[in-house]
Ligand binder design. Structure first.
Ligand code: KG4
Ligand code: ZN
Length: 332
């Protein structure tokens, strides 16, 4: 299976065998290009995808030691994401599919993040995934492959988005998540930032209040001429995010009696979250999968992994496959 992912600022192509074995997973990141703008500039991202995609496809095939004739199917992210960026991957996938007569499978980006875990170990159902990326914060229940039930989601900012916005308030470079994670490791979480639990039975999340609270704290300190220890702000912010994420995830895991807990998306790379959820899962007696760091952030191996299941289930896309910037996981 050849996987292609271009939904945001990484041009990635992978070759995966049987949905499980990664033969190559090349990621060409544009992070340094977008850093000076403090965020991803969609038009710039599209242009870089155009320049990189052919080279990255060739490199992935070379690293996997296969030729295009060895590929059984092509999986490509069709949404959600930046429409111009998605279109480059979709066009590349359609071109290869047409030219070499290879079946084409469009994949949901978040299904990809979830299936990054299947590159580590087999799924056991029912399972529950905590999805935490730059655009999504969701609790997804799965009773079988390719079937997703939404238990809760963010009502405002996604977890990664909150990290990036707080990082910006702290004058840290983009993307802010890894920077806050690094600072938090040497900070003291003594600042009492709020935890947004919402209604007692809700599995939804909300991070905008926390973000405002951090920004207010920084403003007040500045007005009083007090020096702020960024490490402590980072550690206290992270403690609040992780507390809410882990508490709600474990509560849902118990309520739905799941066999397995998965963590997915860029924020799954967060050290604080990894530690806390590992401990909590152990305590709750539920098995846990978290992808290694390179499979948490955007990559094409996860798209090939999700695409393999869809391919086995008979999904085939035609030459009218389009990019869907707002694609819904539940109805896709
Ligand atoms: O899944 P991803 O690569 O792209 C999307 O699909 O959104 O996630 C990117 C997000 C960014 O907001 C980034 O700041 C965050 O993941 N992130 C982290 C860490 N590494 C990446 N957040 C917290 N701690 C990290 N170590
Ligand atoms: Zn992503």
């Amino acid at each position: 299976m050849l996987g292609i992912e271009t939904s945001c600022d990484e041009t990635s192509v992978a070759v995966v065998q049987d949905g499980k074995k990664t033969l190559a997973n090349v990621v060409a990141s544009q992070m340094d290009i977008h850093e000076r703008f403090g965020g991803v500039v969609p038009e710039v991202a599209s242009r870089h995808h155009v320049e990189s995609v052919t080279i990255v496809i060739e490199q992935a095939l070379r690293e996997a030691g296969v030729s295009i004739e060895d590929i059984d199917a092509i999986a490509v992210t069709k949404g959600p994401g930046l429409v111009g960026a998605l279109l480059i991957g979709v066009a590349a996938a359609k071109t290869l599919s047409f030219a070499h007569d290879i079946p084409l499978v469009g994949v949901h980006h978040i299904a990809g993040h979830i299936y990054a875990n299947r590159l580590i170990d087999e799924f056991v159902f029912p399972n529950l995934t905590l999805v935490v990326s730059g655009g999504h914060t969701e609790l997804i229940l799965m009773n079988q492959h390719g079937q997703y039930e939404l238990l809760g989601e963010t009502r405002d900012d996604a977890a990664g988005e909150a990290y990036d916005k707080v990082a910006r308030a702290l004058d840290l470079p983009y993307p802010g998540g890894p920077q806050i994670d690094r600072l938090a490791a040497s900070g003291n979480d003594h600042i009492d930032f709020p935890r947004s639990w919402l209604e007692p039975d809700s599995y939804d999340f909300s991070f905008s209040g926390l973000k405002s609270s951090v920004i207010n704290y920084l403003h007040n300190a500045k007005q009083r001429g007090e020096e702020v220890r960024k490490e402590d702000v980072a550690a206290s912010f992270q403690a609040s995010v992780v507390d809410v994420l882990v508490t709600k995830t474990i509560r849902a895991a118990k309520a739905y009696n799941v066999e397995q807990l998965l963590v997915a998306g860029g924020v799954a790379a967060n050290k604080g979250l990894r530690q806390r959820i590992t401990m909590a899962a152990e305590e709750a007696g539920v098995s846990l999968l978290i992808p290694p760091l390179e499979l948490c952030t955007d990559n094409a191996a996860m798209i090939a992994s999700a695409g393999y299941i869809a391919y086995q289930q008979g999904v085939r896309d035609a030459m009218d496959l389009n990019a869907h910037p707002g694609l819904d996981l539940l109805s896709y």
